[in-house]
Design a binder for this molecule. Structure first.
Ligand code: SF4
Length: 341
């Protein structure tokens, strides 16, 4: 039996026509599964009983299993989800003034081994299936009250989304489909460590926001922090960003984790100004969030503000992102690590 949450609208349409049903019914089934989030085929009340039975004989609808949650005083909420094969992934609900963002995982673990990342330290296990990405949204929704709504999605949790491209693009299409999860494309962001060919492909195939985890201004430092830079060095990565067709009036976001004495100097800030020339972008400065066993430190407030000032003096939008959830397992992968231990 197949999980119907692993099917795209196209897949459902193909299956229905192959089984003697009208193709237009695919949109009804799709909406029940992804928009209304029903857990039973019996709830699909506008389908004939015969079709519901047929679906029941061939598919099941998976439900997310929340293994643990942690809520911070600032409202940030971490969810640990258990998958069918007993692997675990994390999602994070991040409330801000005017939005409620859900940060989603795309892989179990991650193969990229960024030096500052707890998930990377744990190695790579496998890609997530479409249903496992979708179920993170349903799991988070189930924790909200009736007047709370997730407003933004960002693929920035465990894993490199562009290394699970096939499932991620299916998910994105469902996320922005009005009869799917129904998010506006400008409220959906894919964050990458810099898989250049896939950035180009993403830009061709769908219009969602792009965030790039940059974190260094020279190849030497970036190679050290993010080994993927050896394959796709800074200039090649930034060229791909320059060509990325961001939605109208939208900016590419560059994430820059500030690490004491590694990438936080005034020279770094000045180099960053030069590197980003010609790219419509904003920069999120994220002071490093130490986790147990981390080899790096957070810079002083003065260093952080001086770095930001150089960017702002050169007319960049540079926002210092307060590390959310400091009183819970704040680093990506930390709750999973804790539970596994
Ligand atoms: S920062 Fe992202 S890409 Fe790098 S190891 Fe962690 S999860 Fe993977």
């Amino acid at each position: 039996m197949q999980n119907i949450k692993d099917l795209t609208l196209n897949d459902i349409e193909k299956w229905l026509t192959l089984h003697g049903e009208k193709a237009y019914k695919a949109l009804q089934v799709f909406a029940w599964v992804f928009n209304k989030g029903v857990n039973s085929f019996d709830d699909m009340t506008d389908l004939s009983k015969a079709l519901r039975e047929k679906l029941k004989e061939n598919f099941f609808i998976s439900k997310p299993k929340i293994l643990a949650t942690e809520k911070s005083q600032d409202g940030t909420q971490k969810l640990l989800l258990e998958l069918e094969d007993l692997n675990c992934i994390e999602s994070v609900l991040i409330p801000e003034e005017d939005r409620l963002t859900l940060c989603l995982s795309s892989q179990v673990g991650c193969p990229l081994d960024c030096g500052f990342c707890m998930t990377g330290k744990g190695g790579f296990v496998r890609n997530l299936k479409l249903s496992e990405i979708v179920n993170q949204v349903f799991a988070a929704q189930s924790l909200l009250s009736v007047n709370q709504k997730i407003t933004n999605l960002v693929l920035m949790g465990m894993g490199e989304p562009l290394l699970n491209y096939d499932e991620v693009i299916k998910f994105l299409n469902i996320a922005i489909h009005q009869k799917g999860l129904g998010f506006a494309p400008k409220r959906v962001t894919v964050s990458t460590a810099g898989i250049v060919p896939m950035i180009e492909r993403l830009g061709r195939e769908i219009k969602v926001n792009l965030a790039v985890s940059l974190n260094a201004t020279t190849d030497e430092i970036r190679n050290r922090l993010m080994p993927i830079n050896k394959k796709y060095p800074l200039q090649i990565l930034l060229d791909a960003c320059r060509k990325y067709p961001a939605a109208r009036n939208r900016y590419i976001t560059f994430e820059y984790i500030l690490i004491e004495d590694v990438n936080d100097s005034i020279e770094d800030a000045k180099r960053l100004v030069k590197l980003l020339q010609g790219i419509k972008c904003k920069i999120n400065l994220i002071p490093f969030n130490p986790f147990p066993g981390a080899e790096f430190k957070r810079p002083s407030e003065k260093t952080i503000l001086n770095f930001q000032k150089v960017l702002m003096d050169n007319n960049y939008i540079a926002i210092i992102r307060a590390s959310k959830g400091q009183d819970i397992s704040a680093a990506c992968g930390q709750l999973r690590g804790k539970l596994q231990r």
